[in-house]
Design a protein around this ligand. Structure first.
Ligand SMILES: Nc1nc2c(ncn2[C@@H]2O[C@H](COP(=O)(O)OP(=O)(O)O)[C@@H](O)[C@H]2O)c(=O)[nH]1
Ligand SMILES: [Mg+2]
Length: 247
């Protein structure tokens, strides 16, 4: 795990983010000029693909919408096949500042997965009471699986190292919130190490979030029950072997 990261891949899941995805790609390229950037377009009806390509990213397009989990599965698969030793997930709406990517990558020296938290002591991020409460409960439950203290288990700003890439290239949860919460539960269950670091995040720059605040809150509550249920579920067959260090 202490081998330095030399070949990271930025994965940007995006649906209808033509207004912002170009700026996001440009900002990442300015901050991390040598990193490969893959935008996973999931059936956008606007110019997301054109904007991303114009800004210099590679684009993978799904023929049908598979959700953020499906997009990340594509991203991890690409990373595994092409020898990348880190995957950094970044939103296409400008919420995740490129200058915070280095903070996530630094954490990979000691951990398999590093999650960027909106709720660090030095960062202000406004969020509704019920949503905050649901995130807190979810984060507590995921913390138990991951044997660490997490405050923002639903954050999509995160980095994964080589062992996590091996796992997620073949098993990435694709149900709603699977991309964030379930993926951490799986990682914890098979013995990967997870850490959280505080990062600065911006409000969405344009367009609408994929969920209304009400729908997002209801889903968070549902996800809390599903996550609690995960305490009695076993990880899929074969996943432990995938993360075993080479002899
Ligand atoms: N590939 C893919 N990306 C999506 C989908 N839904 C949302 N996204 C992207 O995932 C990122 C996070 O979504 P967002 O709506 O910003 O979620 P929030 O930040 O949790 O409010 C954005 O870049 C979206 O464009 C989807 O169904 N497929
Ligand atoms: Mg967002």
């Amino acid at each position: 795990m202490s081998t330095p990261i030399t070949n990271p891949l930025i994965v940007i899941p995006a649906v209808d983010e033509a207004e912002t995805v170009g700026q996001v790609v440009s900002a990442v390229r300015a901050e991390c000029p040598t990193y490969a950037i893959l935008v996973v377009d999931d059936g956008s009806t606007d110019d997301t693909v054109v904007s991303a390509e114009r800004a210099g990213a590679m684009v993978a397009s799904h023929a049908v919408n598979l959700g953020v989990g499906g997009a990340m599965r594509t991203g991890f698969h690409y990373a595994f096949r092409n020898g990348h030793d880190a995957v950094i997930q970044v939103d296409g709406d400008g919420q995740h500042p490129a200058n915070q990517i280095g903070i996530l990558l630094d954490g990979l020296a000691f951990n398999d997965i590093v999650v960027g938290s909106r709720f660090g002591p030095d960062h202000e991020y406004s969020i509704g009471f019920v949503r905050r409460l649901a995130i807190r409960i979810l984060s507590r439950a995921v913390s138990i699986h991951c044997r660490t203290r997490l405050t923002d288990a639903t954050s999509g700003f995160r980095a994964a190292g080589p062992r996590a890439i091996r796992l997620f290239a073949s098993h990435y949860p694709i149900e709603y919130l699977g991309d964030t919460v379930e993926s951490l539960v799986l990682a914890g269950k098979v013995g990967l190490t997870v850490a959280e670091v505080p990062v600065a995040m911006e409000p969405r720059q344009n367009g609408r979030p994929s969920q209304s605040p009400f729908a997002a809150t209801m889903h968070l509550i549902r996800a809390t029950f599903i996550t609690l249920q995960s305490f009695i579920r076993r990880p899929p067959r074969g996943t432990r072997a995938l993360v075993r260090p080479a002899p």
